[in-house]
Design a protein around this ligand. Sequence first.
Ligand code: SAM
Length: 248
Amino acid sequence: TATLYVVATPIGNAGDITLRAINALAIADAVACEDTRNTGQLLSRYGLSKELLAAHEHNEREAAQRIVERLRAGQRIALVSDAGTPAVSDPGARIVDAVRAAGLQVMPLPGPSAAVAALSASGLVQDRFLFAGFLPSKAKQREDALRKLADVEATLVLYEAPHRIVDTAQALLSVLGGERQVVFARELSKLFEEIHRCSLAEAPAWLAADAKREKGEYVLLVEGASAADGDDDQEARRLLAILLEECS
Ligand code: SAM
């Protein structure tokens, strides 16, 4: 039956694809993707060749309409992004939204996502985490965005574009202070995978210690504001109240 399959694909290692994902790609009438060249190569790795529909951030609305029409005609369409899970810091949400609004079936095929992979190997408590995706690229906006996250008690999960990791580590240090733990999850599932945990104060030195660390794909996990900080605030407020009482 007509279905939009939302298919997670590898974030590095081609082995990280599920049997269901391969099956969905194999039975799809067409594959909607961010970059036809990239997805063509991915499909050929699994011995598949399909009609590819370009569906990237600049044409997502029109692509959504074309996909809805094809589903209405009874087709099965697979939606992928360049890496990981579509719609997670990637195009896809508008397409899914349009398909759902048209009353057509959407089926997720779970698989890799860099955020969850990084969390799983971080050792940080992750009963609660806040996925903040990419911070703004301009310094001022980036610091403002971080300030808004400073009091969140859950682990913060950030994505970072290659080449910006050093600036982002500096911004984290200057806005959040040096004490929190940070986990750098770099090049997950690839040849130079590295997962390193240190304090924010120690982060610049770790990045500087090896030139290759200045680039590559990173997920950054930052320990949340601790409940202890909150207690300190409460204690400060209690003392302030006593002092104000004394002064009046
Ligand atoms: N949809 C993807 C997902 O589910 O993870 C995310 C796509 S987003 C455009 C790309 C960002 O994800 C990178 O800049 C990096 O922060 C993170 N990322 C993707 N692959 C990664 C990997 N192998 N190792 C570390 N981070 C990765």
